[in-house]
Design a protein around this ligand. Sequence first.
Ligand code: PLP
Length: 254
Amino acid sequence: MSVASREKIVINQPPINPELIAENIAHVRARIAESAQRAGRQPHEVALVAVSKTKPLADVKMAYDLGIRDFGENRVQEALEKLATFCPPDLRWHMIGHVQTNKAQKVFGAFHCIHSVDSLHVAEALQRAAEKKSQVSGEDRRQPILLQVNVSGEASKEGMAPDEAPAIARQILSLPHLEVQGLMTVAPLVDDPEQVRPVFRALRQLRDRLREEVTDACWDQLSMGMTDDYTVAIEEGATIVRVGRAIFGERIKK
Ligand SMILES: *Cc1c(COP(=O)(O)O)cnc(C)c1O
């Protein structure tokens, strides 16, 4: 289980103040741009996924009206409820939490991208779900996914070990309904984000290695960096940052 999902969280928190969320988004965008520039990259090379888990749809709508188009959720049920209620054509929902294999049927095809494919087992469940769906409806879709890697090796974290990633990647690439686009990681909780720079660097290096060794996927995406560490992640090559609290405020915990 990831640190984030271990939190006991109250759902249906009160909506955020509209001025505050506007300020927050402007601040995050500015820091993304600064970090990209420091690394000699363009701000548009970094996609911002606003992590709306536990937050009411009112917050999602406010963020949407302020220009956010990518939203991340870590629980399947909550995510499916939200996307059934609010899904303008240009909004992209991302699954960033562990997908239990018995939820694969519901998850396949519902999200723009599943960041959290953490084992061959999960990938195979998604592939089977896709096959069933295409038998029923005839639609033949490919689901973009990222492979979640447990770079730090913490026992509490989901994700495959970096050493296993090339072999697992090769097997997943043989599943025709999945489209591997890159890697994702969740860094340990630390006081100073500099402490997790090596984690982000290691994910990028693993990506570079996969690019050379496993050539039939694009490996372009690196989903790394959260509220406390996204600036460091961008300096180390993140193409997607997943930011919750810096946009929507603290999640109320019990
Ligand atoms: C909750 C969560 C985030 C966002 O965390 P913040 O600290 O609120 O920015 C990012 N990624 C994953 C996988 C999460 O579960």
